[in-house]
Ligand binder design. Structure first.
Ligand code: ATP
Length: 236
């Protein structure tokens, strides 16, 4: 579904992503791990068209999207859930979800799309009229994922959804990601919470980034075998 081929992304003259290649197959959840500053968010942004690569190719569903605008990429079926959530604080929960629906290239059935999302996030249904900015951090995170999901994306790019969440909400987020996976939603997930990431399934494909490059690639099992104390290692 997604092929990233030898991509390089620079901020000015400094390369933040170098020679990165990865693949995401339909229905797969792929993990992108690495420490702070490794280049994970930059890679997601480059796929979404927010930081276009200076070299390399990005192919989505057999079409090149390298250098396309974020709007065009969203209409092709990719949604991006940024690290810092970025919900529309002054809009209600419902209005945020309606904004998400605009990203789909066809007019979506409003009722059907919302009900599908409420199956994953029942709490949002109880708060439809509430201003998004007044939700708790965890609820805002759920809203950010829901706003992406409501657009019926072919591929979700999810950047550190558990950052700053209490352990109970980390577990809840992991549960939602597992469920999305079971339901065949394709996800490229950036995480720094190694334990949570590893709990998503043993057969998940994992890429580990360091200093802008892919240092390791394997499945969760192979990956775990390579680390004595992964939690410690990730935080170094
Ligand atoms: P984190 O988890 O902390 O977000 P990351 O792995 O996602 O880390 P990036 O945010 O992609 O890493 O950053 C990769 C490198 O690019 C870092 O050295 C960072 O300082 C730099 N960088 C990121 N955004 C910008 C920017 N807008 N302008 C200049 N340099 C940037």
């Amino acid at each position: 579904m997604l092929t990233v081929d030898k991509v390089q992304v620079c901020y000015g003259k400094s390369p933040a992503v170098q020679d990165v290649s990865l693949r995401v197959a339909p229905g797969e959840t792929v993990l992108l791990l690495g420490r702070n500053g490794a280049g994970k968010s930059t890679l997601l942004k480059s796929i979404m068209g927010l930081e276009p690569p200076c070299s390399g190719r990005i192919i989505f569903q057999d079409r090149p999207i390298t250098g396309s605008s974020p709007c065009k990429i969203a209409r092709q079926g990719i949604c991006y859930i940024p690290e810092d959530r970025q919900v529309f604080s002054n809009l209600s929960v419902l209005e945020n979800l309606e904004m998400g629906m605009l990203a789909h290239k066809k007019k979506l059935n409003r009722h059907e799309s919302l009900e599908r999302v409420f199956e994953y996030f029942p709490r949002l249904k109880e708060r439809l009229g509430q201003q998004a900015g007044s939700l708790s951090g965890g609820e805002q995170q759920m809203l950010a994922i829901a706003r992406g999901l409501v657009s019926k994306p072919q591929l979700m790019l999810v950047d550190e959804p558990t950052e700053g969440l209490m352990p109970i909400l980390v577990d809840e987020t992991a549960g939602i990601l597992r469920r999305l996976r079971q339901d065949g939603v394709t996800i490229l997930l950036v995480e720094q919470n190694y334990s949570m990431a590893m709990s998503l399934g043993e057969d998940l494909s994992v890429y580990f980034m360091e200093k802008g490059r892919i240092l390791k690639h394997g499945d969760v099992k192979e990956f775990q075998a390579g680390f004595d104390d992964p939690d410690h290692w990730m935080k170094m």
